[in-house]
Design a binder for this molecule. Structure first.
Ligand code: HEC
Ligand SMILES: [Cu+2]
Length: 310
């Protein structure tokens, strides 16, 4: 069977396949019906056929209405199913484990929250929602795991997120699905799905002495962020404690949620979204901080607990 070559190893795989099979069956049925009838009538009413062409069958109102409604219901049903699945695939569950991915010509660099790093291999625990926060250091790449039926473009200068829950332990292919230069074809890797215990073991064995957030703390000082954001500088800057996940009112009157993307954009393009009540004096760090360090800074800011309970 095809599933031997294309295992369904994530929670959404069977449903993605179901939708694809459903669409193929329905469109196939319409194709055969239309072309079948064309063929039948072409033969039946061919020029040399002595068939009676005198009376034309009458169209009934009921027939017209019923086939119109039936096709509408079927196609609209498939659309609603597809839209619903898409929406569910776009929004990661709040308890998802976040793992960072940095793509570059021609490799995948993976960074776990605990500071574990790997290249071209991604270790994940089974039955656990995983959210990948991805960016590229150079051109557009695309993170594609066929066995999970998930695929997403990885863009430079931006965080793209994607999530999945692996349901079967094993090793699965990882491909770059966007032509990204000379060695695009070898920009492959593997996703290793482990039991919870094996994964915990793997994390422990590959652990560094510091988590991502801990590695971010000295960077916060080195890049000069603490000079403004620690509260005792001459510049008035917002405190970053408890920022992650909180709604932030902006100077243009809108409100955004402080997620990975917002924090990253605040560092690279501070003038784009200015916090209400503050002067746009933060310098841009675009081109100054490499992606690896950005991930650490973002992780550090996320780890800052609120100063007082809200
Ligand atoms: C010259 C002082 C200054 C420096 C240096 C500075 N910032 Fe800022 N930062 C500000 C000010 C002022 C704001 C609020 C206005 C705005 O949004 O641009 C801000 C806003 C932010 C925000 C959004 C905060 C919120 O409440 O939504 C983040 C995140 C941030 N800075 C991170 C950093 C990081 C990380 C660095 C170091 C790489 C840094 N800043 C360096 C002054 C500074
Ligand atoms: Cu690539």
């Amino acid at each position: 069977m095809i599933w031997k070559f294309l295992p369904q190893a994530s929670s959404s795989a069977w449903e993605t396949d179901g939708l694809l099979i459903g669409l193929t069956l329905v469109t196939g049925a319409v194709l055969f019906l239309v072309f079948g009838l064309m063929l039948v009538y072409a033969v039946r009413y061919r020029d040399s056929s002595p068939i009676d062409r005198g009376k034309i069958a009458e169209k009934t109102f009921r027939f017209e209405i019923s086939w119109t409604i039936a096709t509408l219901v079927i196609f609209f049903g498939l659309f609603v199913w597809g839209a619903d699945l898409y929406a569910r695939l776009m929004i990661p569950p709040t308890d998802a484990v976040r793992i960072y991915v940095v793509a570059k010509q021609w490799m995948w660099k993976i960074e776990h929250q605990g500071g574990q790093r790997e290249i071209d291999t991604l270790h994940v625990p089974v039955h656990t929602p995983i959210e990948l926060v991805m960016t590229s250091q150079d051109v557009i790449h695309d993170f594609f795991v066929p066995a999970f039926r998930v695929k997403r473009d990885v863009l430079p200068n931006q965080y793209e997120t994607m999530w999945f829950t692996a349901e079967k332990t094993g090793t699965y292919h990882l491909f770059c699905a966007q032509f990204c230069g000379l060695d695009h074809a070898v920009m492959t890797g593997q996703v290793v799905v482990q039991t919870q215990a094996d994964y915990a073991d793997w994390l422990a064995r590959n652990g560094t002495s510091q988590t991502l957030a801990q590695q971010g703390e000295p960077l916060f000082i080195r890049y000069g962020c603490s000079g403004c954001h620690s509260g005792n500088g001459t510049v008035r800057a917002p405190s970053l404690a408890g920022l992650y996940g909180r709604p932030v009112p902006l100077s243009d009157g809108s409100v955004v949620t402080a997620d990975d993307r917002y924090i990253r954009d605040s560092i690279l393009q501070p003038k784009r979204q200015v916090v209400a009540g503050f002067a746009p004096v933060m310098p841009s760090f675009d081109g100054v901080i490499p992606e690896d360090d950005l991930i650490r800074l973002v992780a550090f800011i996320q780890s800052l607990a609120p100063e007082r309970p809200r």
